[in-house]
Design a binder for this molecule. Sequence first.
Ligand code: B3K
Ligand code: ZN
Length: 844
Amino acid sequence: PRPVRLAEYAPFSHVVETVTLAFDLHPSATRVRSRIAFRPNPDGPSGPLRLDGEKLTLISAAIDGTPVAPRVDPTGLEVDTPDAPFVWECEVEIDPSANTELDGLYISNGMFCTQCEAEGFRKITYYPDRPDVMAPFSVRVNSDLPVRLSNGNPGDSDADWAEWHDPHPKPSYLFALVAGDLVAHSDCFKTMEGRDVALNIWVRPGDEDRCGYAMDALKRSMRWDEEKYGRAYDLDVFNVVAVDDFNMGAMENKGLNIFNARYVLASPETATDGDYARIEAIIAHEYFHNWTGNRITCRDWFQLCLKEGLTVFRDQQFSGDERSHAVKRIEDVQMLRARQFREDAGPLAHPVRPESYIEINNFYTATIYEKGAEVIGMLKRLVGDESYDRALALYFDRHDGQACTIEDWLTVFEDATGRDLSQFKLWYSQAGTPRVTVDSRVADGTLTLHLRQEVPATPGQPDKAPQVIPVVVGAIARDGREVLPSTLVELTEAHQTASFDIGTDDAVASVLRGFSAPVILRHDLDNADRALLLAHDTDPFNKWEAGRALAKDALMRMITDGAAPDPAYLSGLAPVLTDDTLDHSFRAMVLGLPSDDDMAQGLADAGQVPDPAAIAAARDRMQKARAAELKDPLSDLYGGLANLSPYAPDAAQAGRRALRNTALGLLSRLDGGTLARAQFDAADNMTDSLGALLPLVQIGAADDALAAFHDRWQDDRLVLDKWFSVQVSAAPADLALDAAEALVDHPAFDWKNPNRFRAVIGALGMNHAAFHDASGRGYALVSQWLCKLDPVNPQTTARMTTLFETWRRYDADRQDMIREALERIRAVPNLSRDSTEMVERILC
Ligand code: B3K
Ligand code: ZN
């Protein structure tokens, strides 16, 4: 298929004034009648009316009441229309029960539900399915199911029908419909404008007692958006529905958010602290889209980061406010490095605003989302908090009700601040992670930094221009005092120098504080400098970063030279571990190690070929050495942090459990799992239960515990996903491969459910040593299952091909095996457009 190009954007030929839909719901033969008022668009091209439509059976069509015979093809229809306003009426039939791709109208556990972003609405009826066509919708659902929902405010209803009206003009990708046997957890919210909003979280009967946390997070999100952005909710009801079969996390349909059940349902027994935090973040994210995405949407899908980058940035701010900014920042950067830097370093690298695509669903990426959010964070840092607030107020004021572009967004900032953002705009068009190299020198009471930037070549972009990079710097004297508080350096040239009066000749620069830009920093620090920053940096991010750099350096030497674990690194940990002025979750994060994938990328960056088994072995040795070195403080911590009851999912308790479980993980390297088994048996919450199961799996001593876990949770689908996943993602390579190969034959391996599929196949891809095992078993199993899934669910298949995106890092044998695995996928008869595009880009 031909790529879609940003440069070829043209407005739609017509304006849609109103949309009225009627659904006769039937599992295999649903009828959809549409009545759409069109008028010619004075700013658009003229010609016949072209509507998108896929997998639809056209029953009838009429214009202004007169039957017409449109020219129908597999992607839509064309019809001649009057050169004046007219009403299009049409009836189609669709088969939700045959919809296994979970895009459009489908059935999950007997419940009708929809997913329309990006282009699912065209599988429901003929329509100009593009985000710049916005209209108010009225919907009638003819069905006697107990609950029938759509967007907007409820209208009349009866035993076998219900009507909904959404007054806010919206693009079709925000349409939603749900019908089924559901129960609600209900509450209410009064907006700052005095509107009473009914809140409902709809779930399967039996799940209603697991909605309390999501509801609480929703109300906190609504209040936060009022307080921080002045944005109030704009309908009388806000509905959230939990669905078992869902391709991604959740969807922000206007007034009717649809969620993967795993990001709604939580109880202390079934959800971990991490699950609670993700629920809070995703509830907030989808809610925040009501303004950044729905009221102001994207002109075309190239502008996806306009809503996603901004909304991720907003949900990160919210989680930071609700929990801890320092910890949230570290978590976000870990995620950015693990997913986005990895993407940027390989064949799938693309700009935050791509310029062409074949299948838009392949562009819901870490670059659009996470790097998109980083770009907003840099903009805020460059213009300042107060200017950011003014610019956002102007954005909402100027563009409410519109479908916008990145140019509109940047113009708002230019108008609000008077600043020229033309160089900043390169962040949207140049792919690749900039490298910033810093040489620091201290003499005559002055700190001098020489900064250099370089943006590496990426597919289709051999040469790059220097970008605007906000680099926040500080300095710590050798005696531990801060001699330079955080100061912003705007790096705009390829080479640049900055000097600071620091009044001492013995200090260490702390560069890129708060991870002020999404770049790879090379700073000429030695391990003594890093140890100083680990002990004394006032910037929590760089304090953590110094520890990580020490760990990475030590691991690197263990992998490449067979060195012993660095004694200086080991001895630097105890003071942090026992520093009661630091919060527990921060200390747990300092005890983390870079992931195996991170180490593999580090080796590749250093021009070496990573050996996955050697990386895993080094990690193992490092864990044992750290456990032996820290045995006493770890045991004290473990004992001292016990007995948190009653369980609460708040940040303070979660931090204590995180540190205690990190300690348990290390202690398990010494005692063969005795302590972990005791915690597992006694645990009354899922965080502690999984926190004990994980080290047992890691040391290969989990058989009994896994059996007990299965017996207890076999009827709980979300917990059972954890059982599938932990034994594959966390076990040593050979055990993980054995487990994965056995689990795909397990009677509960319901592979058409995306969560279950990811719990085994995705988990195997996450286990670096197992996936890249020299036998090729990992590649074979993953590719075999992707071949099987593609005809059923192309979106989930295409997304999971990214497991192979790093293949060029590895040795020739592994590259050959991966190429074969990808060729096998490419050879599937009628391979989806989604997977074809991905496999071809990865192989390129
Ligand atoms: N906007 C949706 C993602 C849609 C993905 C389409 N393949 C969820 C979100 O970002 O909030
Ligand atoms: Zn989003």
